[in-house]
Design a protein around this ligand. Sequence first.
Ligand SMILES: C=C(O[C@@H]1C=C(C(=O)O)C=C[C@H]1O)C(=O)O
Length: 391
Amino acid sequence: MGTETRAYTLEKFFQAAIAGEKAVAVWRQPNTTTVHACAQLSAGYTTGQPQLESSPFGFLFCPFQTAAPQPNTFIKAEVYFQDGSLTTVVDTPQHLLDHFYTLLEAENQNSWYTDAVAAQSQHYQTEQGFTTAVAKAVKAIQAEEMEKVVLSRNKLEPLPPHFSPTAAFETMAAAYPRAFISLVAIPGVGTWMGASPEVLVSVNEQQVFHTIALAGTQQAVENVADAIWRQKEIEEQAMVERYILSCFKKLRLREYTEVGPRTIVAGNLMHLRTDFKVNLKEVHFPTLGTDMLELLHPTSAVCGLPKLPALQFILAHEGYDRSYYSGYLGPVGSAEGAHLYVNLRCMELLEQEAILYAGAGITAESDPQKEWQETEHKMQTMRKVLLILND
Ligand SMILES: C=C(O[C@@H]1C=C(C(=O)O)C=C[C@H]1O)C(=O)O
């Protein structure tokens, strides 16, 4: 590793990567203030099923569907940026580094990648279309074809004039201190940003494995202790818990701690959350992170239960391509371990607009109109960022 002592801004780092047509990721962990960024200078971002334990340092960005048209991608941290200074990986070819330093010194345009194909062919679900799909899902659940399905939709919102991805990142980071904040730009894939409330799999520097069951949604009240949950939300979240437990069972893992469900606040909303942890120093299971990632994704918090009929229902009735929404993303292979989050409360940047994404868990008691409202409330997380930037 080499360290460059000259100070650069996050914007300079991001825009140098874009000018050089490199993949770049920027992130901030929940309840911390350090902003991290990395870029890959060599070519090739497509990856297979992630292997967390043997991964070099970098950032994973994977779609909702494991057999999706979009690939799993990995941005190897050949250049790592934190607090204004750069660190480079020792085996990065010198000519690529030299070129990147030249770009860092240049006056680059404010720009980002867009997925031109998605922009043209994407279908946007209407209120009528969404509520019809929800009503069909309720019928299918009542007919016991499945227990729960998460239906989602997308919507176009104009970007504010002079939109800057890194300024938007900083706005998100300030607005949502408890979320995982991300900005990912990959040539040929596009640019995504979000403020996720949901850990998918993490293994920290103390070798503690962590996942959560997050479900049930209502608008935030002033005092979290006053939150009252209906049976529908309690059962919906319990299904996600059961699903995680079934994954542990498949791996014959019995030693875990379970705390919750507790009410947590995510932006303008509240959810029910149960935390599951395994101390890998005590339980010998070196590949638990990778194994659980493979079993969990997509969880019943974003797909449904049982997984297969729910997925088939989504593909048949949602009427659009989720792409990387409700996929997962985060840093892996660093000294701090691997920290993967579900790609929720997110948006994809086009040239003049953003595609916002949100979904809602449908059970036998769901009311189509209320589920539509719930997706509206979830989209508010990103809409608020655009509004702040508009002022
Ligand atoms: C699907 C989303 O969120 C998920 C679904 C929830 C629900 O159905 O209540 C709650 C939290 C998330 O696990 C989303 O934000 O788009």
